[in-house]
Every structure is written in C-alpha cells, then in structure tokens.
Design a protein around this ligand. Structure first.
Ligand code: SGN
Ligand code: CA
Length: 524
C-alpha cells in the first residue's frame, strides 16, 4: 500500500490547484485581497464565547466568526510560542524551520517566509507586537516588536530602525494603536497589504488593564472535570511542573504580594510592578489590597487553596482577554469605517491553546487537546460565501500557503502546509488530510514537559514521549475526550496502535524529521 495514501495533498497538487483558484479570485476582486492577521499569545478556545459559552463573552472575536467561519479542528504543530510562530511564517514543521524551542533557538531569518514572498509580489507588509524568534523580523516594510516576551505595562519596543523605545500605557492598546497608525498613515495605499498584529496578551502572568480590574469578581467558575486528575497510566503527564496547585506562584501569578511573604517569583513580580506609573500602581493596589488581606487572613490549605487559586487565575485571565476583545473591536471598526472589510481577510488565532485547570494545569506544551488545539476564526472578504463551521483538520503550517494563494502568489513546493482557500470557498476536498503531525522539543526546561511527537487523526491520538523516557500513549478522543485512559498496550488496541505507528512513521518521513522512532524496534 502507498505509504502516503492518507496524506493530502502532495506539494505538486497544491501548486497546480492554486493558480486556477487564484485566477478566479482575481476576477472576483477589484484588487488583490488584504490580510489582517491578529494573533494572541496563549488564548485558548475555552475562553472565547464563539467556541465555549461556559466562561466569558468575547463579542468582537465572535463578530469575526459570525461574518465568516469558525474552524472547529484547528491545531498547532508544536505548542510553544517561538516554535509556533516559526511554523506559521515558514509554513513548515519545526524540523524544517529549525526553530525547535524558545530557550535554545534563534530563528534563521534568512530563510523563506510568506511575508517575504508577499512583499516580493507587491504587498505592503507590517508586523507589530510580540515576535519572539530571537532574530529581528525580515520581510516587512514596517515593524515594531516587543523584545522577547515584552511587558504588559509601559513596555519597550524595538523599531524597524533598530531603536529600543519606551512606550506609555497598556500593551494591548499600544499594539493596536501602532497597527491602526500604520494602516492609516504608514502604508502605501495603492498596494494591497498584509498586517500581522501579534499581541502579548494573554500570556502569563495575566496582568489586566487597570480599567478592567474590577470585572468578573462576582463570578465563581465550575472546576473542570479533570481538575483533580491523578495521571494514572500517564507517566509524562505526572512529571510536569505546570500544576495550579503546586507550581502557580501566589505572588507572581496571583498577585498576593505582602510584606514578609516570599515566593519563587516574588522578585520578578516586584520588577514588573515597578513598570506601572503612579496612577496605575494606585489602581493596582486599591484593587488587590483587600483581596491580599483577606487571602492571608483565611490561611487556606490543600484543596481549598487549589480551588481559590483556580478562581483567581480564571478572573485575571479573563480580564486580560477583555482588553484584547475590545481592541480587536477597534480594528474591525476601523476596517469597516474605511470600507476595507469587503476586500480584507481578517484572521484571529493564538500561538497555541492553554489549560484552564484541565488536568489541574495552566500552560501548554503537551499534545493533549487543550494545548494542541488553537482557536481559528476568519472574516471573509466579498466573494467568499462560506459561513459557519469548518470541521476539516487544519494546522498552523497551513496559514502561509493560504495567504499566498489568496494573494495569487505561487506556493513553494517545500512548504508542508496546505492552503485553506478551498475550504473557505465551501469545498470539501475528498482527499483532505486525515492526520496531523506534532513534535514538542523543549525539555529539560521550565514546566518540565517531556519531549514528544505524535499523530492525531479524527478519532485517535498516538503520542511517543522520548529522550529520558520511552512511553507511548494512545487515546480514543471520541470515547475519551479528556484523554484520561491510555489505551496503549491494552487488549483490543494492538491493530489500531500498529496502524497509527505506520502512519506516524510515514509523516516523519514525509516531513523529513530526523528525530523519529524505529518501526522495527517499536512494534506494538
Ligand atoms: C515564560 C513563562 C512560562 C511559559 C513560557 C513560554 N514563565 O517563560 O510559564 O511557559 O514563557 O511561553 S514566566 O515566569 O516568564 O512567566 S510562550 O507562550 O512564550 O511559549
Ligand atoms: Ca504562547
């Protein structure tokens, strides 16, 4: 049997498909489409009302989905900021773009990226906000980026002239102002544009705008079903350091700073608090002061403390999302006011998903659903009538070919991703991919999630944790959506595991991943 029978499509097919679709689109549009790509950091679909109504309202993000499409099976290739961003701009898995992890890699900025290709094709290109690739942006007419993770308050930004300049205010507002400033005054209005708005929010330690501090305080959230997971049968899940109960810092993450109280990240928190101006600091202390007093008075322990931490985490996270949602609204309003919406694709996504207490965790990294998934909604330009849900398996390596096709630019053969344009046109290609490849490398490192790779199909997930461990996990996502029951090695699952291994190995060969398993040695 052909090893690649399940993989859609081989690169050549994509390129052939592209040109004719691009021609059709050119006929529909007066000039090539603009693209506004908005990406947050660590914003998970559970905290977006168009995906999940349990927690918070995100009316502006929902506007994007309501006027377009919501991808219900959207995933990343490596659930960590820098690697995810490298996959996005190259359209390639980490093994090909060589940006494996945040801690040891610097992105080779001389390699092919889609912004460079768009720019060569006559697009005006810009990026503002979080970049996080070690090297500076290339392929952009305009850029202004945060150094590293950046700060929530009064952040520094590196400009295209390579100056580091101090900004005043709250980072989500600043990034939006900067993006709108470029749209209004910075670009050549005779050319189509690609604008990447990369927010720092909703990254740890979830510092809200002072104007949003009072929100959600009257709400108590139900604990996720898996909050007290015992990790039985899952060695790698048991050894992480991302537990709300054990690893979430009371002072840095939950802001419980008080005289005489120590924590591992107290100094880091004091430093970032030092960035607030006197008015911001007063508002901060006025809000957190009574909560801190009450917290230390209660002397919570054990489960009570874990659940208190969860509630505070949820509230701080939501407040940070609120500002993001408001600012996305500003961008949509601007595009509408300037009559740009009809010719512009607006994309909203995140660099990965996140745990909101599922399995007892915060953070990401694992190939499990909450962090391998990422929200993806798109508002479509005129001529694209597709609305509602797109259920096909898509991955962040697909954005590059999608934008290139939309711009009428050929998709290079060496990109791993597949253009989503046929899906946006309402097609359901029969030979669409039926599996996704994933590889996470950052270990040993913060949060101590072991290295692993795996395959996800519509129904199953097979994961191999390797390096200082050699453990396989198999889940039937349909029957066990929380991935609690590791079926690997269990009676009745031998054939399924063997088939998935065969398919996983084929993907490792297809993407030429040098870190792969040996099918002979690892026979089920
Ligand atoms: C920081 C955070 C981690 C987080 C990484 C990666 N620690 O190091 O909790 O996992 O970023 O996040 S902190 O003490 O600095 O907040 S990523 O989204 O940028 O990949
Ligand atoms: Ca992130």
């Amino acid at each position: 049997m052909n090893r690649f029978h399940f993989i859609y499509p081989v690169a050549g097919t994509v390129v052939l498909g592209v040109s004719c679709v691009a021609c059709q689109q050119k006929d529909k549009a007066k000039k090539p489409y603009n693209i506004v790509y908005i990406m947050t950091d660590d914003h998970t679909a559970q905290m977006m009302s168009c995906y999940d109504t349990r927690y918070m309202e995100t009316p502006n993000l929902d506007r994007i989905a309501a006027d377009g499409v919501r991808f219900t099976n959207s995933f990343v290739a490596n659930s960590l900021s820098g690697p995810s961003r490298a996959c996005i701009i190259t359209g390639k898995h980490s093994c090909a773009n060589k940006f494996y992890d945040n801690s040891t890699c610097v992105f080779d900025a001389s390699q092919q990226t889609f912004p460079k290709l768009l720019r060569e094709a006559g697009y005006q290109t810009a990026v503002v906000g979080k970049w996080h690739l070690g090297s500076l942006p290339t392929g952009f007419d305009y850029w202004e980026v945060l150094p590293g993770q950046g700060d929530y308050y009064n952040p520094l930004m590196i400009t295209g002239q390579n100056d580091t300049v101090p900004k005043r205010g709250y980072v989500t507002d600043i990034i939006t102002d900067d993006a709108l400033g470029w749209l209004e005054d910075g670009r050549d209005k005779d050319k189509p544009f690609f604008l990447m708005i990369n927010h720092k929010a909703i990254h740890r330690n979830w510092m809200a705008d002072t104007t949003d501090l009072a929100l959600y305080e009257d709400r108590t959230f139900p604990l996720p079903e898996t909050f007290y997971d015992d990790y039985k049968g899952r060695t790698a899940a048991a050894s992480q350091e991302m537990s709300i109960e054990d690893d979430m810092d009371l002072i840095y993450d939950l802001k419980m700073l008080a005289p005489g109280k120590e924590s591992g990240l107290r100094k880091v928190y004091e430093n970032i608090l030092g960035r607030l101006n006197p008015d911001e600091r007063r508002a901060w202390d006025r809000f957190y002061g009574p909560i801190i007093e009450e917290f230390y008075k209660r002397g919570l322990k054990g489960k009570e403390l874990a659940e208190w931490k969860f509630q505070r985490y949820m509230r701080d996270y939501m407040k940070t999302v609120k500002s993001l949602d408001d600012n996305v609204g500003r961008v949509l309003d601007y595009l509408e006011e300037k009559d740009l919406l009809k010719n512009t694709l607006v994309v909203y996504t995140s660099d990965q998903g996140f745990y909101m207490g599922e399995h007892g965790w915060f953070d990401k990294r694992f190939m499990y659903e909450e962090s391998m998934r990422t929200p993806l909604v798109m508002r479509l330009p005129d001529g694209f009538d597709r609305r509602g849900d797109i259920t096909e398996l898509v991955q962040n390596i697909d954005y590059a070919p999608t934008f290139l096709e939309l711009a009428g630019v050929g998709i290079p053969d060496d990109m791993h991703g597949v253009s989503l344009v046929p899906l946006l046109e309402g097609k359901h290609p029969e030979d669409w991919r039926t599996s996704l490849y994933y590889h996470f490398y950052e270990y040993p490192a913060e949060h101590m999630v072991k290295r692993h790779y795996g395959i996800r199909t519509e129904r199953y997930k097979l994961i191999h944790f390797y390096n200082d461990i050699d453990e396989w996990e198999l889940y039937d996502i349909q029957e066990d959506p929380h991935e609690l029951d590791n079926l690997y090695g269990k009676d009745g699952y031998g054939e399924i595991a063997a088939d998935l291994k065969d398919r996983l190995f084929s993907l490792q060969e297809l993407y030429d991943d040098p870190v792969r398993f040996s099918p002979e040695r690892d026979k089920e």
